[in-house]
Design a protein around this ligand. Structure first.
Ligand code: SAH
Ligand code: SF4
Length: 478
């Protein structure tokens, strides 16, 4: 059995480097009476954004203020995504555009981190073709950022670190969260599933779970600090806790968090259907604090394609799970991820996907055109469909979902639902905005003092991106 290998990083040394950078910046910027500015952009999934909150925490501790434009910045950082090729192309474009900015401000430090730069072939390309990138650290080396930055500021050569952690979890890094209402809370890192199209297991390493006590302490602190919407994060939360010295499953973790006193709600993502248990659905049903919504990526409705993707469930397994959840929790809603144009997908396979979407009736879908990723099994598979065929399928899926989504939004008219007021709305001056338990955007008429609170909203209209309503004081419908 694997033992917990927490904090192999020396936190004293970590915070010492933070102080070194801060003193360095104080000395350099004192003369100009300016504060050093950092421009940091975090791309991709919630896990990457959550890593970004740690990186922002470090930047603030090191004396930087965050700014909105790379041209104004003394440090530019791109926290990258590798899931699809267009995400990588965008980063190369952004980095290319820094060449000029850096020639105007030679003191600018350019940093790259995240999933894309955890890949050897990308590191080689950066080393060779982007000489103005000063430091690059992979997903396992976030904790080395202050040390690498300090070395570079002191005139050492360009810094690269993509060494992989072997099962360790790093606790105790600073976190700076955007906003004070919603929070991401990682419960595990990495992925062991090796879906054949996916680069994540290659760039984020093997599955490792945080100690439940650390998660609970962080959740309690979030609730004490007024956060009202907590999203538990992991690539496959349903396999949480398997390898801990004292194994525990995800349902038990959810129950512990739902047992914390306070007015808040809990979400989680992502649930892999192969590990989504009836026990988990029963747990969602039993606790008011757990949102009645599951993001359950199906990827395809064809058994042939699911097998080629190595998803390890069938269409029938998936639909049986959905039926069980609908029976247990009639008001439950589902969202999903679907890949169109996986190698070998035929029109018939695609029709199976459409029919599954009609059966489940998702509230919304994240749809992706298959993108070939270096080092994955699917990259070796024959891919005969033309890009025109794939685009045609993609559009068909979008149209179908648009129809289903609009009908589902229209069904909400006349209902009274609980919404967390997050800020001012787009629809007009008197509007606030927030989300329902299911994640539907709700723009509603209400006073600004309600921001940060749960309110009951009567739904009066539906757009294709949101529903409209106004606050009322009656208790909510389910
Ligand atoms: N761990 C999550 C997903 C992480 S990646 C899960 O298993 O559901 C987010 C989504 O990106 C995936 O669900 C998939 O739909 C999509 N995706 C991943 N790799 C892809 C690729 N090579 N091409 C197109 N879409 C991809
Ligand atoms: Fe990728 Fe599959 Fe792991 Fe999700 S479960 S991160 S899709 S390999």
């Amino acid at each position: 059995m694997e033992t917990s290998r927490k904090n192999t990083v020396d936190l004293e040394e970590f915070y010492a480097y933070i102080e070194h950078v801060r003193s360095y910046n104080d000395a350099v910027f004192e003369a100009t009476a300016k504060t050093p500015k950092a421009y940091a952009r975090h791309y991709g999934c919630q896990q990457n954004v959550s890593d970004g909150e740690k990186i922002n925490g470090m930047l603030l501790h090191m004396g930087y203020v965050l700014c909105e434009s790379p041209e104004d910045a003394d440090l530019v950082l791109y926290n990258t995504c590798a899931v699809r090729e267009n995400a990588e192309d965008r980063i190369f474009g952004n980095v290319g555009a820094l060449k000029h900015a850096k020639s105007q401000n030679p003191r600018m430090v350019v940093c790259l981190c995240g999933c894309m730069v955890q890949q050897e072939h990308i590191v080689e390309k950066i080393k060779k073709s982007y000489p103005y990138v000063d430091l690059l650290f992979g997903t396992h080396a976030v904790k080395s950022f202050p040390k690498m930055l300090y070395s570079r500021l002191n005139g050492e050569s360009r810094q690269f670190d993509i060494t992989e952690l072997k099962g360790e979890i790093i606790e105790g890094l600073p976190v700076f969260r955007d906003g004070a209402v919603k929070a991401f809370l990682p419960v595990m890192y990495g992925c062991d599933n090796f879906c054949t199209y996916c680069v994540v297991p290659l760039v984020r390493g093997r599955e490792r779970s945080r100690d439940p006590a650390d998660i609970l302490n962080e959740a309690k602190a979030l609730v004490d600090n007024g956060y009202k919407d907590i999203t538990l994060l992991g690539q496959n939360v349903n396999s949480y806790g398997k390898n801990l010295p004292e194994p525990i499953n995800f349902s038990s973790l959810l129950k512990k968090i739902a047992g914390i006193d306070g007015d808040f709600r809990i979400r989680f993502m992502t649930s892999h259907p192969k590990d989504c248990t009836r026990e988990l659905i029963d747990t969602i049903a039993a606790y008011d604090k757990i949102c009645k919504h599951i993001h359950l990526p199906v990827q395809s409705g064809s058994d042939r394609i699911l097998a080629a993707m190595n998803r390890r469930y069938t269409r029938a397994d998936y639909l049986a799970l959905i039926d069980y959840a609908k029976e247990k929790i009639p008001e439950i809603s589902f969202t999903s991820d679907i890949i169109v144009g996986f190698p070998g997908e035929t029109d018939e396979d695609f029709e199976d996907t459409l029919s599954l979407v009609c059966k489940v009736r998702y509230l919304s879908l994240f749809t992706f055109l298959y993108s070939k990723r270096v080092g994955t099994k699917a990259a070796e598979m024959d891919d005969n469909a033309t890009s025109e065929e794939k685009s045609r399928r993609f559009q068909k899926l979008l149209d179908l979902q648009q129809e289903i989504g609009s009908a589902k939004y229209a069904e909400l008219i006349g209902k009274n639902i609980r919404v967390l007021a997050e800020g001012t709305g787009k629809t007009g001056d008197e509007y606030l905005t927030g989300r329902s338990e299911a994640g539907v955007i709700v723009d509603f008429i209400g006073p600004k003092e309600k921001i940060g609170e749960f309110v009951n909203v009567s739904i009066t209209g539906a757009l294709n991106w949101a529903v409209l309503g106004e606050i009322n004081n009656e208790s909510r419908d389910k």
